[in-house]
Design a protein around this ligand. Structure first.
Ligand code: T46
Length: 132
């Protein structure tokens, strides 16, 4: 089974431009309790390097591009996010790393819960122990 699960959002458009609507529990599988976005990440900087115990998230690259590495402890898969009408699921217990951010990258993340540092596993060794 692939570690890369994408959601394709409808692009509604008319002569004025485009519009994408993302609906909780319809376009993506969970209720959205938090939205955050990442921008201004400098060239050469990598982020992430953690997994979440219970949080589910969907990442959408609103502008520019970045790469994601997904890792379930057995397999790793890499993808480029460069579409503002496609979301990538960051599922529970998926170690993820983000890198190669373009200067104009704006990465929006829809999350199933409020921020909680205790939900993070930030040690790769601990992650490997937990998934066993
Ligand atoms: C994730 C990837 C895709 C908050 O105070 N509230 C928040 O909602 C978030 C997301 C972060 N923070 C604080 C925690 C740190 O002091 O903001 C700082 C930067 O967070 P972090 O180093 O975790 O950022 P990334 O880019 O490594 O990871 C983020 C999310 O934290 C994480 O859940 O899955 O983006």
């Amino acid at each position: 089974m692939s570690l890369l699960n994408f959601y394709d959002f409808n692009v509604l458009g008319d002569s004025r431009g485009a519009l994408v609507s993302i609906e909780a529990e319809r376009s993506i599988p969970f209720e959205i309790r938090r939205v955050y976005y990442i921008f201004g990440t400098q060239k050469g900087v990598a982020r992430g390097f953690h997994a979440h115990k219970e949080l589910q998230q969907v990442a959408v690259c609103l502008a520019g591009s970045c790469k994601f590495l997904m890792d379930d402890g057995k397999h790793k898969e890499e993808t480029v996010l460069d579409s503002n009408s496609q979301g990538l699921l960051i599922d529970v217990m998926q170690w993820h790393e983000m890198y190669d951010f373009s200067e104009d990258c704006i990465l929006m993340v829809l999350a199933s819960d409020h921020y909680d540092e205790s939900d993070y596993i930030r040690s790769y060794d601990e992650f490997l122990r937990e998934i066993k």
